[in-house]
Ligand binder design. Structure first.
Ligand code: NAD
Length: 485
């Protein structure tokens, strides 16, 4: 089973077949490194979504997928993981061309995508229900069942990984899925869907419909015949889709934005911390929900830390995906304008360092130089809002209490990094930080297939990754049985 690095099928995939959009409308997708058009893809409508949901419903009610033994489902999932690994170079090339990320990062993303299918393939026959003690002569079983048809809407920043992250656990539990990739990054999900078909996933178990959010996304989120919605994207659209789904009493997981702090105390091992802190903001050109986009520095080491960051930032280079620079371009012209607007009017004295754009980079690409800013007041808009670009904001703090206040002081709560050698402080902070993941003397922006992931506050709710995701994509049925005479 092999795929080409060429543009994959430019169609929707419904009920095991590639098909054109019913209304015949298409949308263009661009290469962020060059600004050139890459492909024209279905701009699907509610009618295509209806067809896909119907196919998934039929597959769930009468098809093979939910009735396979868990071990068989697991083998198919793991087989897809292996097929992804076998096609790593082609998939990485496609992912990098479509999103602009450097090839070496795209490679790592494809490895992680394969790992999702391997992990949930292994988990499919290991996650069951429970019994609970009840009255004399009663047996109570909590049977874990699939939800039915699950809808999946994702953002453009990690299309391959998110295909694995959201679909693998849903499929492992026996659900049939309808997937809508983001308009700016559909190509790898389309290629992965083709690989899944070749790997033997039954018709209707995986359906993919591309299209713009307000049309195809909205039709899926508000569809009366889905049983669950898994959404990854901005906090604003998260509110919209949650409202749409709740009209039909459909529950959802919302994996949304962040403004994650890296808290550096004066006893931190800076040699270990700083390269990781820099990587956590330039990875994917800062377009990572869990990017460490604020660095909170204890005031006694502020100048030292900023000096070291300045020297690193001024050497960073953004360039085309196939030249493996420190970072690639942003995803789109619109995203470049958004980041540029955030920095418009910022006092030049606050710009501590700017990296470069490679001389080989096309002037029509969407490049933005990595930028270090500070010191900023924690209430400054740039210190509170998700810029979603390679911009690291420096903030000073006096003591632990102030660090916690600043860290918890935005509307987001996705992940946090804590850098200190003090063991008691590590525990105190891990308890007091209001977010879904805390990394102590390490940082895993986006990493860890095994690690439950999700947010608090406007970063969303529900958990994906790890065994927790299997709970989200299943439901408990309580069976009470009287066995007395
Ligand atoms: P977005 O919210 O604009 O779009 C996300 C998806 O929603 C896309 O597929 C889009 O087509 C769809 N959509 C847009 N409007 C819709 C509507 N009215 N109804 C239904 N669907 C609609 O987000 P984006 O710009 O693609 O991604 C960036 C955001 O995603 C950032 O805020 C980032 O932090 C967040 N993100 C979060 C995670 C996480 O796991 N927490 C991971 C990646 C990205």
């Amino acid at each position: 089973m092999a795929i080409q690095p060429e543009i994959p099928q430019k169609q929707n995939f419904i009920n095991g077949e590639w098909c054109d959009p019913i209304e015949g409308q298409y949308m263009d997708t661009y290469c962020p490194s060059s600004g050139k058009t890459l492909a024209s893809l279905p701009a699907s409508t509610g009618n295509d979504i209806d067809q896909a949901v119907e196919a998934a419903r039929t597959a769930f009610e009468r098809g093979a997928w939910p009735n396979l033994n868990p071990v068989q489902r697991g083998r198919l999932l793991a087989g897809l993981g292996k097929a992804i690994e076998d096609n790593i170079n082609q998939l990485a090339e496609l992912e990098a061309r479509d999103t602009g990320k450097p090839l070496k990062q795209a490679n790592a993303d494809i490895v992680a995508t394969a790992r999702y299918f391997e992990f949930y393939g292994g988990a499919a026959d290991k996650f069951g229900g429970e019994t609970i003690p009840y009255l004399q002569d009663y047996q109570v079983q909590l049977v874990r069942e699939p939800l039915g048809v699950t809808g999946h809407i994702i953002s453009w920043n990690y299309p391959a990984q998110m295909f694995g992250r959201t679909l693998a656990p849903a499929l492992a539990m026996g659900n049939c899925v309808v997937f809508k990739p983001a308009e700016d990054a559909c190509l790898t999900p389309i290629a992965l869907t083709g690989l899944a078909h070749d790997a033997g996933f039954p018709n209707g178990s995986i359906n993919l419909v591309s299209g713009i959010g307000e049309e195809a996304g909205s039709a899926l989120a508000s569809h009366q015949d889905i049983n669950f919605l898994s959404f990854t994207g901005s906090s604003e659209v998260g509110s919209t889709v949650q409202a749409q789904a709740s009209k039909n009493h459909i529950s959802c997981t919302l994996e949304l934005g962040g403004k994650s702090p890296q808290i550096v105390f004066n006893d931190a091992d800076l040699k270990m911390a700083l390269p990781i802190i820099v990587n956590a903001i330039i990875q994917n050109a800062g377009q990572t929900c869990s990017a460490g986009s604020r660095i909170l520095i204890q005031e006694s080491i502020y100048d030292e830390v900023v000096g070291k960051l300045q020297s690193r930032f001024s050497k960073l280079v953004a360039g085309p995906y196939d030249q493996n620079h420190d970072l690639g371009p942003l995803i789109s012209l619109q995203q470049k304008e958004r980041v540029t607007n955030y920095l418009k009017g910022v006092n030049e004295d606050l710009i501590l360092a700017r990296g470069e754009i490679a001389s080989s980079a096309s002037s029509s690409g969407y490049y933005f130089p990595p930028t270090l800013i500070g010191p900023l007041d924690p209430d400054d808009k740039l210190a509170r809002e998700e810029i979603f670009g390679p911009v690291l904001v420096c903030i000073k703090f006096k003591d632990e209490a102030e660090a916690i206040n600043i860290a918890n002081g935005t509307r987001y709560g996705l992940i946090s990094g804590v850098w200190t050698r003090d063991g008691s402080r590590q525990i105190r902070l891990s308890r007091k930080l209001n977010c879904g993941q805390v990394f102590i003397n390490c940082y895993g922006a986006g990493g860890g297939v095994e690690l439950p992931f999700g947010g608090t506050k406007m970063s969303g709710h529900g958990r994906e990754k790890g065994m927790e995701a299997l709970k989200e994509f299943s439901q408990i049925k309580t069976v009470v049985q009287y066995y007395g005479e």
